[in-house]
Design a protein around this ligand. Structure first.
Ligand SMILES: Cc1cc2nc3c(=O)[nH]c(=O)nc-3n(C[C@H](O)[C@H](O)[C@H](O)COP(=O)(O)O)c2cc1C
Length: 381
C-alpha cells in the first residue's frame, strides 16, 4: 500500500471490484443472528483476528463492526459482549494488508477532537484503509449508562452534522482554529498528524429516517440502505433515488446494503439450516427486548404484525436473507449489483466456519461474472 492515498483509492477500497463484499457485525457476540444454536458467533478477539486475516486473504473488501454498548439480554444476551470498534479496527488494520476496516462512532458519545485523533491513528496503522461509520444512536438504555441524554430525533443529525464538521476540519486544517457552533465551543484546535496521503477516511452512514437519509446523502461516500425483499427492481428504485440525492449534493455516493447469508452445497441443506438456526432456535426473548426498545409490541402493532417483525428481526435484525446453494447466493448478489448496489455487508451465523465455503464457491462465481477481480494465486502460495 503506497503512502500516497487518493480519495478515489479509499472510496474504491483500493481495488477494482465492481461489487464490494464485506463482513458485518463480527465484533459482537452472536454477530447478527439472534439464535441460540451453540455454534453461534463468539465475537472474541482471537476469532475476529483469524476471521479478518481470512477475509483479507480471500480479497474481501471491508469489515464493518457494530458499536453496541449494552447487549439485548434474552437467553443468549444477544450482542452482550462486544469489542469497541476503533480499537478493534486498529488491531485488525495492523494485522491485515488490503481490507478496509470501519470503526463505528456514536457522535454524541465521543468528543470529536479525541475521535478525530483516534481515527487518524487507525488510518496510519492501516495505511489509508480506515473507514468511519458515523451513527447517532437509537438505544436509550445505552445513552443512560453514559449519563448522556438522547436528543429528539431530528436534532441528533443536526448535532452529528456539527460533530462531523469539526472532525473534517481537524483532518484538513493547516493552522490552529477555533470552532463556535450550536453544540461545540472549542478553542485553539490542533490535530497532527493528518490522515494518510492528504485525504480523509471513507465515511458511511445508514440513516433510515428522512433526517438520517438526508444526513447520509449530504455527507457520506457510502450510504447503506435496506434492499427490497420484494424485487431487485424495487431495490434499483431505492438505489437510484439515493444516488440522485447524492448528486444533488454534488457527489457520487456508493450505495450499499446488508445481507444475511446461509450458503450450503444444496438449496435444501441451506434452507434446513436456516430454519433450524433462525426459526426453531431463535432467541425470541432477546428479539422481544429489541422490539420493545423500538415500541413494537402486540399492543402497538397488533399480533400479526408483531409476529412478522419477530421473524424479521431473528434474521440478522432485518438484513436481506440470502439462503441457498452457491449458484443462488452468487445470482442474488449479482442481481443486487445489476440493481446498482455498490456493495454488501454480509453476516454469517459462525463467520469462521462458513466463510471458507463462500470464499471457495461464491467468490469464484462472481469473478467469472466479471463482478470481482481474479484472486491473485500468489496470495495463497
Ligand atoms: C449497516 C448498518 C450499520 C449500523 N451500525 C450501527 C451501529 O454500529 N450502532 C448503532 O447504534 N446503530 C447502527 N445502525 C443504525 C443506523 O445508524 C440508524 O440509526 C438506523 O438505521 C435508523 O435510522 P435513523 O437514525 O435515521 O432513524 C446501523 C445500521 C445499518 C443498516
Amino acid at each position: 500500500m503506497p503512502d500516497h492515498v487518493t480519495m478515489g483509492d479509499r472510496v474504491a477500497m483500493h481495488n477494482t471490484n465492481r461489487l464490494k463484499i464485506g463482513l458485518f457485525g463480527p465484533n459482537c457476540s452472536s454477530g447478527r443472528a439472534v439464535t441460540m444454536v451453540p455454534e453461534r458467533w463468539s465475537g472474541s478477539w482471537p476469532d475476529n483476528l483469524k476471521l479478518a486475516r481470512m477475509a483479507d486473504e480471500a480479497g474481501l473488501d471491508f469489515l464493518l463492526p457494530i458499536a453496541r454498548w449494552k447487549g439485548y439480554g434474552g437467553d443468549t444476551d444477544y450482542q452482550g459482549a462486544t469489542l469497541e470498534t476503533l480499537t478493534w479496527a486498529s488491531g485488525l488494520l495492523a494485522s491485515t494488508n488490503r481490507i478496509t476496516v470501519f470503526g463505528t462512532v456514536h457522535a454524541p458519545l465521543f468528543n470529536p477532537v479525541i475521535a478525530a485523533k483516534e481515527m487518524v491513528t487507525a488510518d496510519h496503522i492501516g495505511q489509508g484503509r480506515f473507514g468511519l461509520n458515523l451513527v447517532v444512536g437509537w438505544n436509550e438504555g445505552e445513552f443512560e449508562m453514559f449519563g448522556v441524554e438522547q436528543r429528539e430525533h431530528e436534532a441528533r443529525y443536526d448535532f452529528a452534522q456539527e460533530w462531523l464538521e469539526v472532525v473534517k476540519k481537524i483532518w484538513s486544517a493547516k493552522e490552529d482554529f477555533d470552532f463556535q457552533g450550536k453544540y461545540f465551543n472549542l478553542k485553539g484546535i490542533r490535530g497532527k498528524p493528518k490522515p494518510l496521503g492528504g485525504t480523509r477516511p471513507l465515511i458511511m452512514n445508514a440513516g433510515a429516517s428522512p433526517a438520517g437519509r438526508a444526513f447520509a446523502v449530504k455527507n457520506c461516500d457510502a450510504f447503506f440502505l435496506q434492499a427490497s425483499r420484494v424485487s431487485a427492481e424495487e431495490t434499483a428504485g431505492f438505489v437510484k433515488k439515493a444516488k440522485d440525492l447524492g448528486r444533488e449534493h454534488g457527489h457520487d455516493i456508493g450505495v450499499y446494503t446488508v445481507g444475511v447469508v446461509t450458503c450450503r452445497p444444496t438449496q435444501k441443506e441451506a434452507e434446513e439450516y436456516h430454519h433450524h438456526a433462525i426459526i426453531e432456535n431463535a432467541d425470541f426473548s432477546a428479539i422481544d427486548s429489541i422490539l420493545a426498545m423500538k415500541s413494537i409490541t402486540p399492543e402497538t402493532k397488533g399480533m400479526e404484525e408483531f409476529n412478522r417483525q419477530r421473524r424479521f428481526y431473528a434474521n440478522g435484525m432485518g438484513g436481506l436473507p440470502i439462503v441457498g446453494d452457491a449458484d443462488h447466493v452468487a445470482k442474488t448478489l449479482a442481481d443486487l449489483s445489476t440493481a446498482g448496489v455498490t456493495g454488501i455487508g454480509i453476516s454469517l451465523i459462525n463467520y469462521l466456519d462458513e466463510l471458507p465455503y463462500v470464499r471457495d464457491e461464491v467468490l469464484p462465481r462472481l469473478e467469472r461474472m466479471g463482478l470481482r477481480e481474479k484472486r491473485r494465486q500468489a496470495q495463497f502460495a
